[in-house]
Design a protein around this ligand. Structure first.
Ligand code: CAA
Length: 261
């Protein structure tokens, strides 16, 4: 696929998707929203890919939000029509993607930028990262899932601090508040993300896929239903070649060769 503001690099089943708009600290204009949607669709379909990584070019910014120049001309109905809906739709697809997605946050992750990261399964931050949802300062609220994904991930208290009071978190604070897994120096960030991606790619693909669904889908239902979803999902995996291979490899003291069947 062709992208306007992102580059796509593929190595050993890992797709590294990098935004580069240095003139705007990698802020997402309309073409970038559509790029993200096209990437989410591609990652889901591409059989040779097992994990996605989203990052930003340069040392200052991951994504500094939606492009504010784009926002100024927007009218109410834009919120329910493409290309505006492309961003929200892209994040729904990434979140429900059958493959794990990692955000490697190399600096500012603000507004729509943090919303992209929140739709990923893992977030690793560089030491200079700053995470925030500053829309309230623009007379807005987050428009691509921030109010929901942040409060589910980190709790209502910190979500209100960030969304209403406009608090920006440092890299270390992001870890403390459960927004990121770990902090690493900028120069190690991509290597850390690739290391995590490679370790994920060695796991049973069906287990990864259903494990992600069991976690994400259960958030929308009551505990009994959620436990039932887990039980059914676990049961499905009992029937797979991957389960036979994984358990046999353990007993035979060798590495499993999963086939995703
Ligand atoms: N949109 C458009 N341009 C942006 C931008 C954005 N979100 N963020 C930065 N830029 C541009 C700046 O206008 C500036 O351009 P010029 O050089 O042409 O003046 C360039 O990037 C560099 O930025 P600064 O000079 O401001 O850099 P700084 O180091 O002084 O400050 C910053 C960095 C704190 C990130 C500051 O740029 C900033 O506050 N940016 C806006 C962040 C923001 O409010 N994001 C939320 C957007 S709304 C949203 O995302 C809605 C949604 O939910 C979908």
């Amino acid at each position: 696929p062709e992208f306007t503001h992102f580059t796509l690099e593929e190595q050993e089943g890992i797709a590294i998707f990098t935004i580069s708009r240095p003139e705007a600290l990698n802020a997402l204009n309309q073409a970038a929203w559509t790029d993200l949607l096209n990437f989410a669709e591609y990652l889901e379909k591409a059989e040779h890919l097992q994990v996605g990584i989203i990052t930003g070019a340069g040392d200052k910014s991951f994504i500094a939000g939606a492009d504010i120049n784009t926002l100024t001309g927007m009218v109410p109905m834009d919120a329910v029509n493409p290309p505006c809906t492309d961003l929200g739709q892209a994040l729904i697809l990434l979140e429900s993607c059958s493959k794990p997605v990692i955000a490697a946050i190399n600096g500012y992750a603000l507004g729509g930028g943090l919303e992209v990261a929140l739709a990923c399964d893992f977030r690793i931050v560089s030491e200079n990262a700053a995470l925030g949802l500053p829309e309230v300062g623009l007379g807005l609220i987050p428009g691509a899932g921030g109010t929901q994904r942040l409060s589910r991930l980190a709790g209502i208290g910190i979500a209100k601090d960030m969304i209403l009071a406009g608090r920006t978190l440092s890299a270390q604070e992001a870890v403390t508040h459960n927004l990121a897994m770990k902090v690493v120096p900028r120069e190690d960030l991509l290597a850390e993300a690739v290391k995590l991606a490679k370790s994920l790619a060695k796991k049973g693909p069906l287990a990864l896929r259903l494990g992600k669904q069991a976690i994400n889908r259960s958030l929308d239902v009551d505990l009994k239903t959620a436990l039932y979803i887990e039980n059914l999902t676990f049961g499905m995996l009992l029937s797979t070649d991957d389960k036979r291979e994984g358990t046999r490899a353990f007993i035979e003291k060798r590495k499993p060769a999963f086939k995703g069947k």
